[in-house]
Design a protein around this ligand. Structure first.
Ligand code: MD3
Ligand code: FE
Length: 203
C-alpha cells in the first residue's frame, strides 16, 4: 500500500531529548547566522524573526522574496544544515510517503509573545511538489490551515513542542498562517517563545 503524501500533523513525534538536540543545533546556527526581521516588498516588517541554514536560505526585503546562499546582514554563506536536522527531515519525509526528499534549506522562525505570520502560500520555491517539513519547539502555538484558495475554509490546530507537520501532495500549496504562541506552555526555550524549523527542497 503506497503511503499517503498529504498533510500530516504528527503530535508529540519528537522525544524531549531529540527536541533538545534539534534546539542545540538551531542555536549553533543562530550564533553564526543571527536572527533578523524580514520585510515585505512594501517595506513593512514581518512580525517575527528568522534565519536559515543549508545551501539556500529564504530572504525577504524591498526587492522581494527569494532564496539565496548569503545571510542578508552578515553577507556570509548560511551555515550547513546540521546533520540531526537533515536526517530527521529525510526520515519524516520517507515515513509520510515522500521518498526522494533532498533538504536544501532550513528556515528557522522565532515567534516571541504576540508575534505571528499572516495567511499566505509558500511559493518562492521552484519545486512545488517536494513536501515541507515543520518542527515545532518551545511554546505552543495556533496554526491555521486553509485550502488552495485564500477564501477557502480554514481549520485551526494547536501545535506543541515536539510536534511535526508534513505538508505534502496538494497540501504543499495550501494557504496557512501562524496566529501566535500560547505563552508559558513549555520550558524548552529558556526565554520562552516558539521556534519553528521548516525544511525544504527548493529546486
Ligand atoms: C502549510 N511557517 O515558514 S509551519 C513558513 O509556524 C510558515 O512558522 C509557519 O508558514 C510557522 O512559511 C507554519 C508549517 C507549515 C509550513 C509550510 C506549509 C505549514 C504549511 C506550506 C503549505 C501549507
Ligand atoms: Fe508558510
Amino acid at each position: 500500500m503506497p503511503a499517503n503524501k498529504d498533510f500530516f500533523l504528527l503530535k508529540s513525534k519528537l522525544t524531549k531529548v531529540t527536541q533538545q538536540e534539534v534546539l542545540a543545533a538551531a542555536r549553533t546556527v543562530v550564533r553564526s547566522a543571527p536572527l533578523f526581521r524580514p520585510s515585505m516588498p512594501s517595506g513593512q516588517s514581518f512580525n517575527y524573526s528568522m534565519t536559515n541554514c543549508g545551501d539556500l536560505g529564504w530572504v525577504a526585503d524591498r526587492s522581494g522574496y527569494r532564496y539565496q546562499q548569503y545571510h542578508p546582514e552578515t553577507r556570509k554563506r548560511f551555515p550547513p544544515m546540521p546533520q540531526v536536522i537533515r536526517e530527521l527531515a529525510i526520515s519524516l519525509a520517507k515515513e509520510t510517503g515522500n521518498d526522494d526528499f533532498y533538504p536544501e534549506s532550513c528556515l528557522i522562525n522565532l515567534y516571541r509573545k504576540g508575534e505571528k505570520l499572516g495567511l499566505h502560500q509558500d511559493n518562492t520555491e521552484e519545486n512545488k511538489n517536494a513536501p515541507i517539513i515543520s518542527i515545532s519547539l518551545g511554546d505552543s502555538g495556533i496554526f491555521i490551515l486553509g485550502g488552495l484558495m485564500r477564501t477557502d475554509e480554514t481549520k485551526q490546530y494547536i501545535v506543541q513542542s515536539g510536534d511535526i507537520i508534513v505538508m505534502g501532495g496538494e497540501s504543499r500549496n495550501f494557504f496557512h498562517a501562524f496566529k501566535g504562541t500560547v505563552p508559558n506552555t513549555s520550558n524548552l526555550l529558556k526565554d520562552g517563545g516558539r521556534l519553528n524549523l521548516t525544511i525544504r527542497q527548493v529546486n
